[in-house]
Design a protein around this ligand. Structure first.
Ligand SMILES: Nc1nc2c(ncn2[C@@H]2O[C@H](COP(=O)(O)OP(=O)(O)OP(=O)(O)O)[C@@H](O)[C@H]2O)c(=O)[nH]1
Ligand SMILES: [Mg+2]
Length: 188
């Protein structure tokens, strides 16, 4: 039996820290005064995923990174050995949709991660009234196959949690399979 350790990065734009705190049940309330993350902050929590064969809780570590370019120099170090990447963006800001593509290539494709190890979180903050009918259709081809979570913590927080768990299950599956392959290659 083992516990999976997931390092998942929450990159880019506003709402990463709010989301990380929500998913880890670190705080009861949302929002409050904006305090930019300095470099990186790690948040760990346990969750029960159906896919964990031995019914062990899965231990998740989110690396909640600053989206400020001031900290750009430490990003490469953060991406090594990560099991998944969570890209958080504001769907009401069209320029962020374009930027997401370069983040994807920097943190996902160039790291040899599979598409299923990446999830996009279209996070809406209170007051973001402008609605995009379908974020999916706005995404260019390398991103169009990715899982997108529509996040509105004010309106439907539990849906966000459920979708995030679905994503975690996929990551656990990919990681477990590659671990098993590695073990087989040692034996044979
Ligand atoms: N009430 C509420 N406020 C939110 C929500 N998402 C973001 N905010 C507000 O937006 C501010 C910025 O969100 P953060 O999560 O700190 O942004 P971040 O992406 O971590 O930003 P950096 O650490 O600078 O990269 C928060 O302090 C909140 O005031 C939300 O879902 N609900
Ligand atoms: Mg932050």
């Amino acid at each position: 039996s083992f516990k999976s350790l997931l390092k998942t990065h929450l990159f880019h734009s506003s709402g990463k820290t709010v989301l990380a705190n929500f998913l880890s049940d670190t705080t009861e309330r949302l929002g409050g005064e904006y305090r930019p993350t300095q470099g990186v902050r790690m948040v760990s929590f346990e969750c029960d995923l159906e896919s964990s064969s031995d019914h062990q809780p899965c231990e998740v570590t989110l690396w909640d990174c600053s989206g400020n370019f001031k900290f750009e120099s430490c990003w490469p170090a953060l991406t090594t050995d990560s099991c998944g990447v969570v890209l958080v963006y504001n769907p009401t800001v069209p320029s962020q949709l374009r930027e997401i593509e370069s983040w994807f290539s920097m943190f996902v494709s160039s790291q040899g991660l599979q598409d299923t190890q990446c999830v996009l979180v279209a996070h809406r903050q209170p007051g973001d009234t402008h609605t995009h009918a379908d974020t999916h259709s706005d995404l260019a081809s390398p991103l169009s196959s990715l899982m997108v979570i529509q996040s509105n913590l004010e309106e439907n927080p539990e849906a966000v949690r459920q979708h995030f768990y679905t994503y975690l299950q996929k990551v656990v599956k990919v990681v477990t399979e590659s671990r098993e392959r590695d073990e087989m290659s040692i034996i044979t």
